[in-house]
Design a protein around this ligand. Structure first.
Ligand SMILES: [Zn+2]
Length: 564
């Protein structure tokens, strides 16, 4: 392989797959069948709720509550509202957002129930919060969630009677520290009737909607999820990552009370989070469609299940580019890891010198350590070294995505120029896989549900390398690289969207994995050209970092965050 054709085909394919995996579907028009979820129909509620800020305690908040109780009653629900005293933490959060305004004493949840055929069975609850923060119309957070609940409930009612009762809980005081959920799950008698919860949230105004959180022992729940939801977006990696982040939603409270649940959110267009700019026209209707259609499929599956899923050992799961959910028991990761090691051994047998393999291993270590250091330094340069406004950092994410991609490409060119050069590609690729196989083994041992982003691509990479022993086997390597690099691109994009401004070094892992998959297809690298390319990309990344650092506070930041 001394030309760029094969690598180019693999990279173009990978880019297309990544775009498919990260692009929300088209909004379904209002003319769709009554049993379908239509973002266009849901938008009528988004416009009614999310055109003006409606924080707890405001007159607009009362208007939204009246609107929602009316809508739910119209959909055949028995609706009630329950008021409860605000917590000390909630009162403090209220003062922080409102300044010297009169204190708030109570919050009011909306609780609605629609009977199914067998009211003795545990019910399915759909949950979202109807309060906004001060200063944000909150078309996304969480009018999108509330409107998706209403549209899904309408579609369910249109398909005839369900087996189970459906409960809708629209919480108040979520933005004041989850007080509404706390009140419901601590004391409302109806909580005894809840069998499973689906919660809807957003941390931005667009992008793919993902099922990002579920409970411990989720094996049976995920089996139902996979069977019920068409084109699901969900990964056990995000479940693992989210568990270790300080973020909370209403589902946190429910889970603490022992309720099983599924949590959906979209986090694209992050400048809209808690922002005055989060108006209905700015909301990505594709994101609304993506969330609503999955919630509707899942709610139908749960409502009609003869028995709700109990606890079963955790499963590893991830969507392949939003097209199909791949899921397997955690122990099966050992088989995949063994197969990956076997493939690399076959590919390297009597062909790879230990010296070349050592250079290969050095490329992976250099990308993880050096790439990580460059990503960390770039982030400091972009302003993370000083006091930061959280919402200003979120607003910078689209630019930080480019900064991080350029740093990764620069690091790749640098490492290929200095360590790969003219050396045998098969030997380099084999050696480069070794540190990742070790890392994959450690991950499989301590966090099996988070090991697949290493194990599965290496299985592909190993298969490609083994296939290259035969004439014509390069096609397998191209397809393997396309799938693996495509997944790393999509995963890297979503990781940066989720935690990029705070933990940018996460991008070093997909970078190292992608490099291993590309390596067998890389033609001769001219050292001079590669160094020039690295310099150009790193210079561009520095330019973006300085732009993010030196520009004014984003106009989109939450109004109350300006006082800090
Ligand atoms: Zn929210």
């Amino acid at each position: 392989m001394r030309h760029w054709g094969a690598l180019l085909v693999a990279l173009i394919g990978a880019g297309l797959l990544a775009i498919i995996g990260t692009t929300p579907p088209r909004a379904v028009p209002a003319s769709a069948p009554a049993t379908a979820f239509s973002a266009a129909r849901a938008m009528a509620d988004v416009r009614a709720i999310g055109h003006t800020p409606h924080p707890a305690g405001s007159a607009e908040h009362e208007r939204v509550r009246d609107y929602l109780t009316g809508r739910l009653a119209g959909l055949g629900f028995t609706v009630s509202t329950t008021s409860s005293a605000i917590s000390a933490a909630g009162a403090k959060a209220f003062r922080k957002q409102n300044g010297a305004a009169a204190p708030l004493s109570t919050i009011t949840d909306i609780v609605a129930i629609r009977r199914g055929c067998d009211p003795a069975l545990p019910a399915v609850m759909l949950m979202a919060h109807y309060d906004s923060v001060v200063g944000s119309p909150a078309a996304a957070d969480d009018s999108a969630g509330v409107s998706s609940v209403l549209e899904a409930a309408r579609a369910i009612a249109a398909s005839g009677p369900a087996r189970r009762d459906m409960i809708v809980l629209l919480t108040d005081g979520e933005e004041l520290g989850l007080d509404g959920a706390r009140a419901f799950f601590a004391g409302n008698p109806l909580r005894e009737h809840v069998g499973v919860i689906v919660n809807l949230e957003t941390r931005g105004g667009g992008g793919r909607a993902s099922m990002f959180e579920t409970g411990e022992g989720n094996g049976a729940m995920m089996r139902l999820f996979a069977g019920a939801v068409r084109r699901p977006v969900a990964t056990s990696l995000s479940v693992f990552v989210y568990k270790h982040l300080p973020n909370d939603t209403d589902l946190t409270i429910a889970k603490a009370h022992g309720f099983p649940g599924f949590n959906f959110a979209f986090i694209g267009r992050p400048s809209q989070y808690h922002s005055p700019s989060a108006v209905p026209a700015a909301l990505d209707q594709g994101a609304l469609q993506d969330m609503g259609r999955q919630v509707l499929d899942l709610a139908r599956g749960l409502l009609d299940a003869p028995a709700l899923p109990g606890r079963a050992p955790d499963r590893v799961f991830f969507d392949a580019f939003g097209l199909v959910l791949i899921a397997y028991p955690a122990w099966a990761g050992w088989l995949l890891l063994g197969a990956a090691i076997g493939f690399y051994a076959v590919g390297a047998w009597r062909r790879v010198s230990p010296g070349t393999a050592a250079w290969g291993a050095a490329t992976t270590l250099a990308l993880l350590a050096g790439g990580g250091a460059l990503l960390y330094g770039g982030n400091l340069l972009s302003g993370a070294d000083g006091p930061v406004n959280y919402y200003d950092r979120l607003a910078a994410i689209p630019r930080l995505e480019w900064q991080i991609l350029l740093i990764c490409l620069g690091a790749l060119a640098l490492v290929w120029a200095l360590l790969v050069g003219e050396r045998d590609r098969i030997g380099i690729a084999t050696g480069a896989a070794v540190p990742l196989l070790v890392l994959g083994t450690v991950a499989q041992a301590v966090a099996p549900t988070a090991a697949y982003p290493i194990v599965v691509p290496l299985l592909l990479g190993g298969a490609g390398l083994a296939a290259m022993r035969r004439p014509g086997g390069v096609g397998v390597a191209v397809v393997a690289a396309m799938l693996g690099i495509g997944y790393m691109l999509a995963m890297g994009f979503l990781l940066v969207e989720a935690v990029g401004p705070f933990i940018p070094v996460v991008a070093a892992l997909p970078l190292a994995v992608a490099s291993v998959l590309a390596m067998p297809l890389v033609p001769a690298v001219g050292r001079r050209q590669a160094l020039i390319a690295a310099a150009v990309m790193l210079a561009l990344a520095i330019g973006i970092a300085l732009w993010v650092r030196l520009d004014a506070l984003a106009a989109s930041v939450a109004t109350y965050s300006r006082f800090k």
